[in-house]
Design a protein around this ligand. Structure first.
Ligand code: ATR
Length: 267
């Protein structure tokens, strides 16, 4: 009997950790499955999806830059992917292709793992792009007290905040108030400046970067470690969003802890 086939599709995708993570989960569950990485040409994404599923593929993870196109492609979407306008997990069923977005759930689970309580927390999100959009719904459902979006271009923060009830917005240079959790959702966190917001706002905050780097701390984490209560990159979120995708596909809840530990040693 041939193994069930899964893959992550993106561009670039060569350095994706998803194959290693899902293979580790399959080892835990005892499933015999194949998980590969597919690099799709920017103008050939939808054709590759069709090709993969026509050849008997069971499920896909979708990464940069295709999440919103995947959202347009699927037949049905869950609540999170509808809100985010982005799909990172696809499964095939008798009813057609189902799209999910597990990123926000991944974030909430990683914050729990870190022991940074979201209940009643005042949360400041830096950035108003796709990454910020993907976490808003799950954060609002996690019983936070307040959510504020701060963006370099304030109008984009306003437009995003307007789509959700009770979310505030401001310019990155106008951040004010007291924050318990500060989340970097700007791409500046990958290879730009770490200090993108007034240091005084972080002193009593836990700082989480949605991004991670394979060669050490992100600039945001390196900077936040010096001024905040705590700081973490997004590697744990990557593992948790993968675990949720695995659960959706296989009905099995992986133990994420040993997988994260072994990735930490690797990256
Ligand atoms: P993603 O989908 O990863 O969120 P995006 O939609 O291109 O990517 O959004 C990038 C975000 O990073 C935006 O909020 C952007 O701010 P602007 O809307 O003002 O462009 C933010 N960003 C990128 N570089 C930045 C920098 N150097 N300083 C502050 N914010 C930055």
């Amino acid at each position: 009997m041939s193994s069930d086939r899964y893959a992550v599709i993106g561009n670039p995708v060569t350095h994706s950790l998803s194959p290693a993570i899902h293979r580790a989960f399959a080892k835990q569950s005892g499933d015999s499955l194949v998980y590969t990485a597919i690099e799709a040409a920017v103008d050939g994404f939808e054709a590759r999806l069709v090709e993969f599923f026509d050849a008997g593929g069971c499920g896909l993870n979708v990464t940069v830059p295709f999440k919103s196109r995947a959202s347009a492609w699927v037949d049905h979407r869950d609540e999170y992917s509808r809100e985010a306008g982005a799909v990172n997990t696809i499964r095939i069923t008798k009813e057609g292709f189902e799209g999910f977005n597990t990123d926000g759930v991944g974030l909430i689970r990683d914050l729990e793992r870190l022991g940074w309580p979201t209940t009643n927390a005042r949360v400041l999100i830096l950035g108003a792009g796709g990454a910020a959009r993907g976490i808003l719904g799950p954060l609002l459902r996690a019983s936070v007290r307040a959510v504020m979006i701060a963006n370099r271009t304030p109008e984009k923060a306003r437009d995003l905040a307007d789509e959700f009830e009770g979310v505030g917005w401001t310019g990155l240079d106008k951040v004010d108030g007291v924050w318990d959790i500060v989340i970097n959702a700007t791409s500046a966190g990958i290879d730009g400046e770490g200090a993108i917001v007034d240091t005084g706002r972080l002193q009593n905050a836990y700082c989480y970067d949605l991004y991670y780097r394979s060669d050490g701390d992100t600039p945001f984490v390196a900077w936040a470690q010096k001024v905040a209560l705590g700081a973490s990159d997004g590697l744990g979120m990557l593992v948790e969003q993968a675990a949720e995708a695995f659960r959706i596909w296989r009905g099995y809840e992986p133990d994420t802890y040993p997988v994260l530990q072994s990735l930490r040693r690797r990256v």
